[in-house]
Design a protein around this ligand. Structure first.
Ligand SMILES: Cc1cc2nc3c(=O)[nH]c(=O)nc-3n(C[C@H](O)[C@H](O)[C@H](O)COP(=O)(O)OP(=O)(O)OC[C@H]3O[C@@H](n4cnc5c(N)ncnc54)[C@H](O)[C@@H]3O)c2cc1C
Length: 408
């Protein structure tokens, strides 16, 4: 069949002309994830397991289904990609989480706003797991007020020189690339003098220092940029036009956070910052002989309903902030129930031995879900202003040059 001929409904030609049905993608996805644990069994290093997993996924023809073939995708439809997403989501191995920033945020932004050369440079290695990304947004003085960032990028010939500090950078300790926003013109108002870059994390000007969290684990880091270099062709979008791209990337982040339901392995890994699953809580309530307790039953029912509602909400295309808020509420509720079922033991364990009690890990870690990707309060502000049409928060600084703003 020629690529231009119309395939039957529910089937699609990729750019080689091969016909692929949505049902074939679903079957291939099921088959791939059914065997992935066995195929990774011989690889002990966590990062290497992740890279191997993505390479195998790409070799199985299941990476980047809706992306064009010349940037490493399959050239299929959004329907095929949605089918893959639906089938794979409950089966994803913990290793999948290390690609969330690259494939869930940076790459969609580059595909939508980057140049053709940038797409060819960055998309194929991300799909194959050769390059892992981190997100260099937050700074010590710029979290919720992200547009107040002070990390500077100055043009120097064919390069930009970047100096500043980022913080809470998840996964920076093993990232190859970062998606960075930096101030490129302080004489413009704060939202208008920001540029988005891709930056090589493995260069002398980049220092990554892990932060130890109350769980005893270091998932995120401080990143110091000391005259780090970025080639001019790695500016994503327009110079000084990075704010709208930064917001677009955040929408991808909130959508993917809001879509997630639970960890694939019953919550026994620290794979993601996903709520504990209902099945793990039911198992624990059964072990503890608490299934007849009306309070426990009520909470179990609430967790079950929440878990079902999150993906349905995502399918209906709810605003990303609703999904994100819903997930944090679910995460706290599930962890609270785990805590009640576990008693004091749920928060008392040997620091560093997080495998000793995954429930304790979730009890402590669920608080961070309310912050990462924008706090609960910021999601509510966004919903108020952008969905309900309420007046914007007062901001006398919107039109003032950044360099003239009063700052701490
Ligand atoms: C688990 C985790 C992972 C993260 N990963 C990354 C990452 O990979 N990359 C990255 O760049 N950042 C990351 N972050 C940082 C995260 O985006 C910020 O923590 C978040 O945006 C809040 O910023 P802040 O910590 O500076 O708090 P602040 O902005 O100082 O907020 C403090 C408190 O004030 C409230 N507040 C602030 N402004 C308003 C307002 N206008 N209206 C109402 N309330 C307000 C906030 O809701 C919060 O309760 C991560 C954070 C966590 C917890």
């Amino acid at each position: 069949m020629s690529p231009s001929a119309d395939p039957a409904p529910g089937r699609s030609c990729d750019q080689t002309g091969a016909v692929t049905g949505v049902d074939e993608i679903e079957a291939a996805t099921q088959a791939f994830y059914a065997t992935i644990d066995d195929r990774l069994a011989g690889v002990s290093d966590r990062i290497e397991r992740g890279r191997t997993y993505r390479r195998l996924l790409a070799e199985a023809g299941l990476a980047g289904l809706a992306y064009p073939t010349d940037i490493g995708g399959r050239g299929l439809t959004a329907e095929h990609a949605a089918a893959f997403d639906r089938v794979s989501r409950p089966l994803l191995p913990p290793e999948d989480a290390m690609f969330a920033i690259g494939l869930g945020m940076a790459i969609p932004t580059i595909v939508a706003h980057g140049s053709v050369d940038q797409q060819r440079r960055f998309v194929p290695p991300a799909l194959r797991g050769d390059e892992i990304w981190c997100q260099l947004y937050s700074e010590p003085g710029a979290g919720s007020d992200l547009a107040g960032l002070t990390c500077r990028a100055v043009r120097d010939g064919d390069e930009w020189i970047v100096t500043g500090q980022k913080v809470w950078t998840s996964g920076a300790q093993h990232a190859d690339l970062g998606i960075l926003i930096a101030r490129t013109d302080p004489s413009l108002p704060k939202h208008r003098g920001i540029t988005m870059f891709a930056i090589d994390m493995r260069q002398p000007g980049v220092t990554v220092r892990p932060l130890v969290q109350m769980t005893g684990v270091s998932e995120f880091n401080e990143v110091f940029l000391d005259e780090a270099r970025v080639p001019a062709e790695w500016v994503i979008g327009e110079v000084n036009g990075g704010w709208s791209l930064a917001v677009a990337l955040l929408a991808h982040e909130r959508s993917s956070l809001g879509r997630g339901t639970t960890t694939a392995d019953g919550g026994r890994s620290k794979a993601g910052r996903q709520p504990l699953p209902f099945t793990a809580l039911l198992e624990r309530a059964t072990e503890q002989g608490r299934l007849d307790d009306p309070n426990v039953r009520q909470e179990l029912a609430a967790v079950y309903m929440g878990e079902r509602l999150i993906p349905w909400g995502a399918q209906r295309g709810l605003h990303p902030s609703i999904g994100k808020l819903w997930r944090t509420i679910q995460g706290r509720r599930a962890a609270q129930l785990a805590h009640e079922l576990g008693g004091a033991v749920a928060t008392a364990w040997e620091v560093g031995d997080v495998d000793a009690d995954v429930f304790a890990y979730h009890v402590l870690n669920c608080r961070g879900m309310s912050l990462g990707g924008g706090t609960d309060e910021i999601q509510r502000n966004t919903l108020g202003e952008r969905v309900l049409g309420l007046p914007r928060e007062p901001g006398p600084d919107r039109d003032t040059p950044f360099s003239e703003l009063l700052r701490n």
